[in-house]
Design a protein around this ligand. Structure first.
Ligand code: NAD
Length: 339
């Protein structure tokens, strides 16, 4: 073949998928296990979606060990491991309005209803934690880990003042698992990094990494010096609690147990309500005392949530609507300036 093109080789989908999985698994390890990511979230999200698209186009290449089918990463052996009574899943993401429209339509079609009521709340940019209370006493707290097995970080969680060690109510539930996020407030993060600099120690890339690194210390005395905050956003197993028929009612119940919950939580009707909330929280974002990377929409009715169920790594009844990444914004601004 004299006139064959020069050796331009395109990787087969199989090779591309393998390379993407290896890359994403490495980023997962750096982010979830080492608390030390090497790329911005926007780059990670881009590769993740590329892998999802390839697997969608080539379903025969989809395997259960793909990062698109799994949550987080394996927990560190240095901590005792905790089997979650109920899996701690991730969330599917929507980055564009079209994806959100499709999410709302899927739900309306599956439930056969014209309009859905959603519970809406900020998406805290920290790390997922479950707290277990027995008869009102805090007995254990764990990280999400791979969704099924997490790390026992109870001693470290005891140093967080916002987390009640005893639920201050007359008739506490027999057993309750509170799901939420540990994070560091922006002002505490700035202060911590100033201190780190003064001591000539490594600076944290952002409040999320500072929170994760601080909570996953083997020595709780170190965690005790780090100002961490907790917000509850859901329930796992719950025994001996009042009948809770909506997510909003569950959040009000958690608030009544004096667990910190978001003031920005709300309930809205249909797609228009979601978009309005996204704009509202987007405008409030710079003034919030903590980082958020989007908002979360959940079908409010628990009966409807149960009807919708789960797929591999995330519930069908919820989605995280992400804000554009800061670095992506900067790129757009830079282009604007050039034009
Ligand atoms: P996610 O952060 O996109 O969403 C799920 C998590 O959101 C839950 O586990 C929970 O912890 C949290 N959350 C916050 N507020 C919530 C609320 N109100 N209700 C319910 N959940 C709430 O998913 P993930 O699987 O934890 O992480 C994936 C993301 O992490 C990626 O999209 C990327 O942004 C980032 N990441 C980055 C790297 C990197 O190398 N930069 C590596 C891995 C992951």
């Amino acid at each position: 073949f004299d006139n064959a093109p020069a050796t331009v080789t395109f990787a087969t989908p199989e090779v591309q998928i393998r390379q993407l999985r290896e890359q994403i698994n490495l980023y997962n390890y750096q982010y979830y296990v080492l608390d030390d990511p090497s790329v911005p979230d926007s780059e990670y999200d881009r590769l993740f979606r590329e892998l999802q698209a390839l697997e969608h186009a080539h379903p025969e290449l989809l395997t259960p060990d793909s990062p698109t089918q799994r949550v987080g990463a394996s927990p560190l052996k240095a901590f005792a491991s905790v089997q979650h009574r109920q899996a701690m899943l991730s969330l599917n993401n929507a980055f564009e309005e079209g994806e959100l429209t499709a999410f709302d339509k899927r739900i309306r079609d599956a439930l056969g209803i014209a309009q859905v009521e959603y519970a809406v709340e900020p998406k805290f940019d920290g790390l997922a934690i479950t707290l277990t209370y027995e008869n009102g006493l805090f007995v254990q707290g764990a990280t999400r880990g791979d969704g099924y097995t997490g790390e026992d970080v109870s001693s470290n969680l005891r140093t967080i003042r916002a987390i009640p060690m005893r639920l201050p109510v007359e008739n506490p539930p027999a057993l309750i698992e509170v799901r939420g996020e540990v994070l560091m407030l922006k002002r505490d993060f700035d202060k911590l990094n100033r201190q780190q600099a003064e001591r000539g120690e490594k600076l944290f890339a952002n409040p999320r990494n500072a929170a994760a690194g601080s909570l996953r210390q083997l020595d709780p005395a170190i965690t005790a010096t780090r100002p961490l905050m907790f917000f509850a956003y859901g329930l796992g197993i719950a025994e001996g609690v009042p009948q809770l028929s909506t997510h909003a009612a569950a959040m009000d119940y958690l608030a009544s147990l004096r667990l910190p919950v978001s003031d920005q939580r709300d309930t809205v009707q249909g797609l228009a309500g979601l978009l309005d909330y996204y704009t509202r929280i987007g405008a409030a974002r710079p003034n919030l005392p903590f980082d958020i990377d989007g908002v979360v929409y959940k079908v409010n009715s628990i009966a409807q949530q149960n009807e919708l169920g789960f797929v591999s790594r995330a519930p069908r009844w919820a989605v995280a609507h992400k804000f554009p990444a800061q670095e992506a914004l900067t790129e757009i601004q830079a282009i604007d300036v050039q034009v």
